[in-house]
Design a protein around this ligand. Structure first.
Ligand code: TZP
Ligand code: MG
Length: 219
């Protein structure tokens, strides 16, 4: 896959944005320069069924407008149904190779990993990229486990140099550069973007740090 699409990977669902509208938040983040969006609809009050499908379709349309890949978290059937660009699964979400078979070779498959072994297995089973985390303390995911630290990004990048990595968990504008310098292609975040007052402005600032760390070019 095109690694540059992973640079600033925004993840959100309706339970991450207070009383705002997810499509408004997404549009602001797209304007600010996110390069991938993942719909992760989880927790108390999460939408389900037709409501979730309608939301996914709207998110997809908005992402298409900005030529940004639209990824669905966990729900492989929903991803296929709405024609998402890809799906992201965790270690507990079933057999990675079977998910690859189900979505076909053209779609993006991301897998959350917590060790070098997880990353190797995901790569062998056909993942296009791996998420590594939580790198830092996070309150956005229940039972996220203890932070694995940025060293794991460096170790996986060394062992699997061809496998794109996205760091996740507690990443802020200030910490983003460090994650990139350890060897990640990008940073994935919920709260740093979703909880910000001016989503577009904050996204643009984070994108600037990521771009600076990955290319040395100040934006
Ligand atoms: N997976 C590992 S940590 C995490 C997920 C989905 C939450 C990331 O959210 P935040 O707010 O950027 O820490
Ligand atoms: Mg999952």
């Amino acid at each position: 896959m095109d690694k540059s699409k992973l640079q600033l990977y925004f993840i959100a669902g309706t339970t991450n944005i207070g009383d705002r509208n997810l499509l408004d938040v997404l549009q602001a983040a797209l304007k600010g320069g996110i390069t991938t969006f993942q719909l992760r609809e989880k927790g108390e009050g999460a939408l389900q069924g037709d409501d979730l499908k309608a939301l996914a379709e709207q998110c997809k349309q908005l992402c298409n407008k900005f030529k940004v890949p639209f990824i669905v978290n966990d729900d492989v059937d929903l991803a296929v149904e709405v024609g998402a660009d890809g799906v992201h699964i965790g270690q507990e979400d079933g057999d990675i190779a079977k998910v690859r078979e189900k979505i076909g070779s053209e779609k993006i498959l991301g897998v959350s990993t917590h060790s070098i072994e997880d990353a190797m297995a995901a790569s062998d089973a056909g993942a296009n990229y791996v998420g590594i985390g939580p790198l830092f303390e996070t309150t956005s995911k229940e039972n996220a486990g203890a932070p694995v630290g940025t060293e794991l990004v460096r170790q996986v990048a060394n062992v699997l140099p061809g496998l794109p990595i996205v760091g996740i968990g507690g990443i802020t504008e200030r910490k983003a550069g460090r994650v990139i310098r350890e060897g990640a292609s990008g940073v994935a975040m919920i709260s740093a973007i979703a909880n910000s007052e001016d989503v577009e402005q904050v996204t643009r600032a984070i994108k600037g740090s990521v771009t600076l760390a990955s290319t040395g070019v100040e934006m």
